[in-house]
Design a protein around this ligand. Sequence first.
Ligand SMILES: CC(C)(COP(=O)(O)OP(=O)(O)OC[C@H]1O[C@@H](n2cnc3c(N)ncnc32)[C@H](O)[C@@H]1OP(=O)(O)O)[C@@H](O)C(=O)NCCC(=O)NCCS
Length: 284
Amino acid sequence: MGKELNETAQVARGLGPDPFQGSLASARRPEDPLEPVRYAPSEPLNLRQNDVHVWSFCLDVPVASLTRFHGILSPDELERAQRFHFEKHRKRYIAGRGWLRTLLGGYLGIPPEGITFAYGEYGKPELLGKCGNQEIHFNLTHSDSIACAAVTRAGAVGLDIEHVRPLTDMGELVNRFFSPRESSLFEMLNRNEQPGAFFNLWTRKEAWLKATGEGISQYLKQVEVSFLPGETPQLLELPERFQRACEWSLHALNPGPGLKGALAIAVRGTSIAHWHWSEFRAAS
Ligand SMILES: CC(C)(COP(=O)(O)OP(=O)(O)OC[C@H]1O[C@@H](n2cnc3c(N)ncnc32)[C@H](O)[C@@H]1OP(=O)(O)O)[C@@H](O)C(=O)NCCC(=O)NCCS
């Protein structure tokens, strides 16, 4: 444990001007042996061209952290925060954007409040301009109190995490969003395998759609992915206009117990590392 703490402290220093105010607590290793990503960072956080860094964190943060995050959000983010009906969702949105700004500011060596986001046609946040000549791609996803952010220089990136849960309208969603081939494979699964397979498919498609910036759209049924239990994530079919654009790759993430996750990126041959923060597990 002591070694792990030293390693993560080193990581915090590698991020630049103390972006986490010395708060990076510990990285933990997931139990899933199929997990393809590295855990427990052992080198300073220096984002090389082919690196993809994924960070998981809890959105239910202590009041002091929420206040700090509130102070670094832009007026449009604060205005959006005000529009959430439930306080819990407002706080999680503030924490997510606060974490994201802190993380990006750390990589770019600028204060988190200095970051300006631009938004794509379907709402994908991107960094406005090159921020000191550095082109950095990122994406954020959340499911309840857990969020993950990916940061890379390699190319457009998207990620999605979901809690695996029974859905009363699963059959309807399968009809609407699965291709005919996917639907027939899904129907052949045992009932107890279906929720996991459903969320394999959902997170893999959504990760890719988020990488393109399209979001959930008419393309959901035109993208085909592997999703059966134990299958390696793969994009099997893409809508025609995306087929030659670049070499996409799809990866599994393990954001924590009971969660499925996937990451899509517009290049092959990346090196993916994934860290979990535990600083904010307990909200005050
Ligand atoms: C993007 C989308 C897939 C997110 O679905 P979700 O399951 O709620 O979200 P996730 O938790 O995985 O991701 C949300 C995050 O993705 C990012 N995001 C938002 N829109 C995005 C897009 N089009 N592509 C990629 N990422 C997007 C944001 O950072 C967002 O979090 P934040 O709002 O707290 O910053 C969904 O909202 C969508 O399809 N949006 C497109 C909507 C659309 O087509 N609107 C019509 C515009 S005219």
